[in-house]
Design a protein around this ligand. Structure first.
Ligand SMILES: *Cc1c(COP(=O)(O)O)cnc(C)c1O
Length: 443
C-alpha cells in the first residue's frame, strides 16, 4: 500500500479549516497533552498506523469498542456479510432480537437478570438520556441525582455542575444548557453516602433517579467504595427513586456481565445503559431493565423514544460478533496484559520517584499523580496532572498511543500479545523520566 505523502500536522491544519477545532469530539484535538493529534489510516490488532506511516501500540482502543483488537477478522466478516444484505431497512430485523436475547441472558448474577427487555439506540448519550426520561416517566418525578466527575454523555441535563451545597440545584456545565434544565439535576460528591442521604433527606419526594457510573472511568479510574452501589440502590429505593447504572464504558469490558457481575458487593439496578463494546466499533448503544419499566417506552407506554438508525443491521452484526468472541479466554488475555502493563508502569514511575497511585476496576486501570488514591472528583483534580503531558508525548515518541488525557482509562484488548506488551514496557522508563522531570506551570 502506498502512503499519501502528508503529515499529521498538515492534516490537522486542513481539518481545522473544515471542522471546529479540527475534530468531531473534543478529546481528539490533543488539547491537554500539547502535541499534534495523530491522523490514522488503519488499525489491526493492538496497533494503529498514522498518515505518516508510523505504527503505534494502541491503548485507546476506540475508547473501548476494540476490545478484541482492531479489525478482528470475525467482526469484519460479520460486518461485510451484513452490509452485503443491505445497510438498513428502517424496519425490524431478526439480528436485533438475537442481540437483545444475548444481552438479557448475559447480564446475570446469582440467577438475577436485571435486563428483561432491551432497547437499542445509537450512542451512549442517547442511552442515558432515554434512561432518564424513562425514570421520570416511571416515577412521575423530575429531579435527577448525579455525581461530580461522572460522565454520561452530553445531553443537557447531564452537563451540570455542582451548586454551592450538597442539596442545591446544579448549574449548567456548558454554554447552551438552560439554567432551568441544569436545575433539574443535583450534583454531589462521589463515594459519599452521607451526601446521598442528605440530598434525599431534602429532595427525596421529587427525585426520579440517581445515575451513576458503575465503576467511574471518566475521571481516571475511581472505583466505588466497598458496597457503595448497593447502598445507593437501597437509599434510592427507600425514597421511591430508581437507580440508573451507566455501564456504557464498563459493560462487557470488565467481565461478561460488566461491573454488575464484578462488584464485590452485588447491587440492584433498575435501568442499565450500554455502549462502546456493545457496538464492536460501530454506532450502537442500549438501555435495559425490568419488563415493567421498559414497557413504559413507546409504542407500549407513554415515554417517547425513537431512532431512524436504531438497531442498524450492520452495527448489530458488529456487536453480536464482538460479544460472541468475548469469551473466558478473551477476558483472561485482557486481564493478563492489563496487569503486566499496569504493574510495569507503576514500577517505572517508582524507579523515577514519581508519586503516583494505580487504580483499577477489573482490567480497566489508570494512574493518578497523587500520594493517596483519589476517591472523588475533587481529589482527582488535586493530583499533579502536569506530569501527564510529557509522559504521554514520550510514550507517543516511543510508539505507544495512550489516551490523550490524564482523566481517561487505559484500554487493553485481547490482542495485546507479548510483542505489544513488551513494546509498551520498553517505552515506559523513558516516559516515566519525562514525568519525573515535569515542572508545575503554576508553581
Ligand atoms: C462514553 C460514555 C458515554 C457516552 O457515550 P457516547 O457513545 O460517547 O455518547 C456515557 N456514559 C459513559 C460512562 C461513557 O463512558
Amino acid at each position: 500500500m502506498t502512503m499519501t505523502p502528508t503529515t499529521n500536522a498538515r492534516e490537522f491544519e486542513r481539518a481545522r479549516h473544515a471542522m471546529p477545532g479540527g475534530v468531531n469530539s473534543p478529546v481528539r484535538a490533543f488539547g491537554s497533552v500539547g502535541t499534534t493529534p495523530r491522523f490514522y489510516v488503519s488499525a489491526k490488532g493492538p496497533r494503529v498506523t498514522d498518515v505518516e506511516g508510523r505504527e503505534y501500540v494502541d491503548l485507546v482502543g476506540s475508547w473501548g469498542p476494540a476490545i478484541l483488537g482492531h479489525a478482528h477478522p470475525a467482526v469484519v466478516e460479520a460486518v461485510r456479510e451484513a452490509a452485503t444484505h443491505g445497510l438498513g431497512f428502517g424496519a425490524s430485523t431478526p439480528g436485533e432480537t438475537a442481540l437483545a436475547e444475548h444481552v438479557e441472558a448475559r447480564i446475570e448474577r446469582d440467577g438475577v437478570r436485571p435486563v428483561e427487555k432491551l432497547r437499542l439506540v445509537s450512542t451512549g448519550t442517547e442511552a442515558t438520556m432515554t434512561a432518564i426520561r424513562l425514570a421520570r416517566g416511571a416515577t412521575g418525578r423530575d429531579l435527577i441525582v448525579k455525581f461530580a466527575g461522572h460522565y454520561h454523555g452530553h445531553s443537557d441535563g447531564l452537563l451540570a455542575e455542582a451548586g454551592s451545597g450538597v442539596a442545591t440545584l446544579a448549574m449548567p456545565g456548558s454554554a447552551g444548557v438552560p439554567a432551568p434544565i441544569a436545575a433539574q439535576t443535583l450534583v454531589i460528591a462521589y463515594n459519599d453516602l452521607d451526601a446521598v442521604r442528605e440530598v434525599f433527606a431534602v429532595h427525596g419526594a421529587e427525585i426520579a433517579a440517581v445515575i451513576v457510573e458503575a465503576a467511574p472511568a471518566n475521571m481516571g479510574i475511581v472505583p466505588p467504595r466497598h458496597g457503595f452501589n448497593a447502598a445507593l440502590a437501597e437509599i434510592a429505593h427507600a425514597h421511591g427513586a430508581l437507580l440508573i447504572v451507566d455501564e456504557v464504558l464498563t459493560g462487557f469490558r470488565v467481565g461478561p456481565a460488566g461491573w454488575y457481575g464484578e462488584d464485590p458487593v452485588p447491587f440492584a439496578a433498575d435501568i442499565l445503559t450500554f455502549g462502546k463494546v456493545i457496538g464492536g466499533g460501530l454506532p450502537l448503544a442500549a438501555l435495559g431493565g425490568s419488563t415493567d419499566i421498559m414497557n413504559l417506552l413507546a409504542p407500549l407506554g407513554p415515554v417517547y423514544q425513537a431512532g431512524t438508525l436504531s438497531g442498524n443491521p450492520v452495527a448489530v452484526a458488529a456487536g453480536r460478533a464482538t460479544l460472541e468472541n468475548l469469551d473466558a479466554t478473551a477476558y483472561a488475555r485482557i486481564e493478563r496484559a492489563s496487569t503486566a502493563i499496569a504493574d510495569a508502569a507503576s514500577a517505572a514511575f517508582s524507579a523515577e520517584g514519581v508519586t503516583h497511585v494505580l487504580q483499577r476496576a477489573g482490567s480497566l486501570f489508570s494512574f493518578q499523580f497523587a500520594a493517596e488514591a483519589p476517591h472523588d472528583y475533587d481529589t482527582v483534580k488535586a493530583q499533579e496532572a502536569f506530569r501527564y503531558p510529557p509522559f504521554f508525548r514520550a510514550m507517543l515518541e516511543h510508539g505507544v498511543s495512550l489516551p490523550p488525557s490524564v482523566f481517561e482509562a487505559w484500554f487493553v484488548s485481547a490482542s495485546h500479545d507479548d510483542g505489544a506488551v513488551s513494546q509498551i514496557l520498553e517505552a515506559l522508563p523513558h516516559a516515566a523520566r519525562a514525568a519525573a522531570a515535569a515542572v508545575d506551570p503554576a508553581a
